[in-house]
Design a protein around this ligand. Sequence first.
Ligand SMILES: Cc1cc2nc3c(=O)[nH]c(=O)nc-3n(C[C@H](O)[C@H](O)[C@H](O)COP(=O)(O)OP(=O)(O)OC[C@H]3O[C@@H](n4cnc5c(N)ncnc54)[C@H](O)[C@@H]3O)c2cc1C
Length: 393
Amino acid sequence: MTPATIAVLGGGYAGILAARRVAAALGPLGRVTLYADRDHFVERIRLHQVAAGQLVRTIPLPRLLGGAALEVARVVALDPAARAVITDRGRRTPDFVIHALGSRTARAIPGAAHALALDDPDGAAAVAAAAGRAVAQGRPLAIVGGGLTAIELATELADAHPTLRLTLITRGALGDGALGAAGLAHVRAALARRAVEVREGQGVAAIEPDAIEVDGARLAVAATVLCAGFAASPLAAAADLAVDRLGRMLLTPTLSAAGAGWLWGAGDAAVPAAPVGAPLHMACKTAMPMAACAADNVVAAVTGAAPTPFRFGDSGVCVSLGRTDGVIQRRAPGGDNRGVTRGRLGAWLKEGVCRFTVLALRRPGSQRVFRVYARRGAAALAASTDLALPAAP
Ligand SMILES: Cc1cc2nc3c(=O)[nH]c(=O)nc-3n(C[C@H](O)[C@H](O)[C@H](O)COP(=O)(O)OP(=O)(O)OC[C@H]3O[C@@H](n4cnc5c(N)ncnc54)[C@H](O)[C@@H]3O)c2cc1C
């Protein structure tokens, strides 16, 4: 029997996990190729550490791929009509595709091209250089956004440069609703201790190379770092595939693109159209279980087995506040906030979560934890469906 050909697009958390998992399950029944724009894996969740001048390792992709092959190439388009993937090294027509091209910082604000962002190691290095310049010039560095990435960057930079003047500006509220009252109070105290100026409920209308416009006033800055959310890879929208407002390719419950028997999605680049048990934010904790499910369903498509619907139950979020402080916000499977762990233990647990993401790529056995997410999601979904049912007469 001719082996099925499977192309996995994107060498991030979702792509690597999916490629390795499909290759291991299919063995000689499949030929899996990962398409990545670089030959090494970047721990994206540590880029704020890189911006603070810390050394973060990169791992050569072949070491993580198991039985999958690597083609270093930039994917430039999807061609659904021809079931093809166009790369800068040529056109490929595999039997199955998993789209895991991830996301980048959303650049919706006018003048956003002048801002720096933590999209890759070069972006993080540029933030590091800008922080050094801001200290030398005695001018503030602006961080636009108030979510967890903005908080992690502000605390890490403040610890690396105690004299750096940092202003964090967010249109919404600090934490973007990800933390309960106790966790948020801890974060506020951590920022205040580091003299980070926090401006909430203030929209940035425009970004210039050395200034930003906030609520009608011009604020002179050494540089601006954008941390105001992610936008999915633009390739699905460009191919006229159905996407949500963040550009994520819309998926069926079994993670294939609606109407396409050959295209699957996972990670920041895609999202199921129907509820799965808890809200799916762009995050490793959702990207990796999605990739495992998409991989299993591609294997099912090749072997003729039944696909499994993706279910996800939340367990919480974690945010580092420098290297010795952090907050773990625990959540009920459906997403309601529960207790928090703070301080050194919070930092230690967050570091453990970061290490786990790489362990789950290196040692597929550790991916068993994703089954717990799936069970929690199925239970949360069943409970919400029960609530939605009309009362018995
Ligand atoms: C500073 C920071 C901290 C974060 N902290 C956390 C955290 O604590 N917990 C958490 O859950 N999430 C966190 N996130 C979010 C997390 O990093 C993403 O949700 C996660 O990386 C998504 O994984 P992915 O594989 O879908 O996409 P990515 O990790 O973005 O991987 C996509 C890959 O595809 C490649 N690619 C993109 N376009 C192309 C193309 N056209 N051709 C070829 N290759 C391409 C990219 O280079 C990348 O290697 C953080 C993000 C940042 C920036």
